[in-house]
Every structure is written in C-alpha cells, then in structure tokens.
Design a binder for this molecule. Sequence first.
Ligand code: GLN
Length: 485
Amino acid sequence: MDIRTLTIKEFGKSLKNKKFSAEEVVDVYIKNAREDEVTRPFITLCDASAREEARRVDEYVNKGADIHPLAGVPLAIKDNILIEGVRTTAGSKILDSYVGSYDATVVKKIKEAHGIILGKTNLDEFAMGSSNENSAFFSTKNPHDPTRVPGGSSGGSAAAVAGNFALGSLGSDTGGSIREPASFCGVVGLKPTYGSVSRFGLIALASSLDQIGPFGKTVEDAAIIFDAIKGHDAHDATSKRGEYAPASLYDEDRVKTRTLGIPKEYFEEKMDKDVAREVEGAIDVFRKKGFSIKEISLPHTKYAVSVYYVIMTAEASSNLARFDGVRYGRNSEKNTLWDIYKETRGRGFGDEVKRRVLLGTFVLSSGYYDAYYLKAQKVRKLIADDFENAFSENGGGVDAILAPVVPTKAFKVGEKISDPIAMYLSDIFTIPANFAGLPAVSLPVKKYPLGGELPVGFQIIGKPFHEKDIMNLGMWYERETEGKK
Ligand code: GLN
C-alpha cells in the first residue's frame, strides 16, 4: 500500500486497523519532502512537532480510543496562517524571521482533532499572485509538469496535495487563491462562505474577501477538513454563528433535486478551447443524468477584475501598514522613523506588494476616494446582487452554479510574470464569489495522473452557508465519473 496516495477516509481506516503507525507515516512524508528538489511545496518543515503529535495519535489508536477523522492525517498549512512557535513568512522577506506567537483558530482546531501538521507551504508574497512566482523565497512547481506554475497564491498547498506531499492542506482565497491552484494542480479546493471559517491568525490581504479553506484529493476529503475548521469564533468579528449540516455527509436524494445554473457570461470570455471543452463535458455529465439545468445571467461579471484591483489594493494597503519595522518587519539600524519605514518597507517588500500598496493608497486618497473606492464598492454590490438574483425564487431560481475556474490550464513558469494584467485576468471567474461571499469549490473534471495531461477544474458555486449542497454535488460528480457508488 502506498500511504501517500490514500484518501483521508481510507487513511483513517488503515490507521485504526494498524496497517501502519502515525509515526511511520510522518517519517515517510518528511523524508519525501526532504528529498524533493523539484516541486518544493514547503517553506518550513515541522519535523519535531509532527513526530510528537504522531506518537500521541499512536497511543490513542493502541488504546482503541475513538479518533477524529483527521487524527494522524499528514496536513500542510499555507505560510500566511500562524502556528505558535513556528516561522511564518507570508512568502515575504519582511517576515523572514517572524515566529508565530499564537495558533490561528483553524490550527487550534486541527491540533484538537490531532491532525499532523507537516509544515508551512509556499505562497505568493502576502497572497498576492496567481503563480507562486511572487514568493520572495523560491517558486513551487506544478507536480504535473515542473516547467509550469502550480497556480497561486496557495500554490504550495495545492502542489503539496497533488504531488503527494500531504493528504490535505489549508490555503486562503481572496480572489481565487484556493480554486485557481486547485484547478492547475488537479486537486479539490474549497473557498468557504465568508464568515464560516475563522480568519483569526490569518495574515490579512483584503479582510472583506479573505477566507481560509481546504484542499483535498477528493471532494469528500476537502469536506472533512472543512467540517473540522468551520464554526463561529469570538476572535473574528466577521465569523457567523449557527450550526449547519456537515458538508461531508452525503445525501443522494437531496443532491438529485438541485437545480443548476450556467452563467452565460462565463462562456463568452476568452477561454482556451481545451478548457472550454472539458468544462462543458463536466456540465454534460449533470445534464445527461437528468439534473434540471438553466442558463442564467451574471451581467456584471465583466467588471469583477477591475473592481477587485481597487477594493483588494485599498484593503491590502491598510492591512500592510503594520509592517513598518517597529513591531513587525526587519530590524533597521536607522534612527528616524521615516528612515526606518523606508528601509524596512523598501527592502522587505517585493515589486508586486509595492505596486498594490501604491495603488491602494491612491484609490483611498482624498479627491480619488469617491471616484475609485466608493464607485468600486457600488459595483461590488451589483456583482453580489447578480448572484442573489440567480438564486432567488423570482429570479433564476437555481440552487447552485456550474462554471469554469480559470480560462487556461497551468501556464509556463515565467510566461506572465512581466505582464501583471495578463496574470490578473486569470481570476475573472473566481473573484465574483469572493465579492458575494459565496462558497465555491473547484474540482477536477476527471482524474489526472501525474505526468499525463494537464488538469482542468470546474467550479460549483452555492448559496451562503450551503457548503453541503456544493460538496454533495461534487461528491455526486466524482461517484458518477469514477464509477464509484
Ligand atoms: N490572484 C489573485 C491576486 O493576485 C488572488 C489572490 C488571493 O486570492 N489571495 O490577488
């Protein structure tokens, strides 16, 4: 049995049946990560704490105790999520030597479930990017083809799962950073409803858009992780109260009654022919099995990227103001406050971060605020209203939306790095769900073995807090296409 290719469910069964010990598993994964010189998903490995936790899990298993589905499961965490005592860089030189002083709520929950955190994964600096090439350290490569990007910004977390460096992982999604790399790497990535997973301990990019979410090899795996990390948290004022059904619980009868919407605007955008064909093929699977499918209109989609680069940069410029060399950031030998700022921010931030801080400061400055920031907020509302209309009884009346994730497959390393606009356009289909705060999952159209064809994902977008619907639809699709019942 290859421990590295199991699903979380299969893993749990084998662990309980003592086919292997959690400690053996950690050894296999750590050795593998250390030997790898190609994909490089990790910035930091947590060997010692991973082994310690594994020994604890083995004790529970030996005692025959009831264990959580994530117990002993080797997981990877994006390096913009804090773990107490572990280096947390956000992919930036400015936080090169920063060590987390507390556990993010999601980390606390994973630790309570006795999941094993193997390490921290690479990302574009402060989660700004779509290719991982904006990491200040090195760029992670796509396990399907190392000449290609894994996507971003959670490229390390997606590549970790796709390349069998972890069974599951966490990323963050502000404008597509979970779903785009999931699509490029052929894994499942869920951006949960805004407010369903605590952002406490996530280094913020744009706080009104950021959400932490899981990656898995299957929809069920991603749902198991989501169920473990979701829930209200007093430390995050935007997190919502209320319990809702576990997303990993499959309910075939309910799935079959869902009405699905296809947004026509998403198919009018320029898309690679191969991508369009594969996504349409996925939609056909639902159509052929009798799902009710309707064409819907999300007419303001075309403004999403422009509006995103106003709102996200405005929020990023204010969130990143704290990295000033005084409390956070590199130490400076300079004496005046201005010189300290200039040195730390000038040397510590990369080009993309500087570009966004400048843009964000500009759109918020007096005289421009109304013309850019306020206007963008109004258009954001129109984009969110498009979805509300599609979901409402008097409008489209659909329960979920099927759509492409990215207009292309994974592109070549270096292909878009000198053309920020081309890079920004990768997010056209993912940003709208962030604006509307909706849950959206990217799942592969089919199984893509490593070394074969490049993967393509498609997206299922749901109503707020209806993760169960979209994950169940995803599970239905996997069962249908893989012949598993
Ligand atoms: N690629 C987008 C960006 O560069 C999305 C980032 C994200 O979701 N963190 O901003």
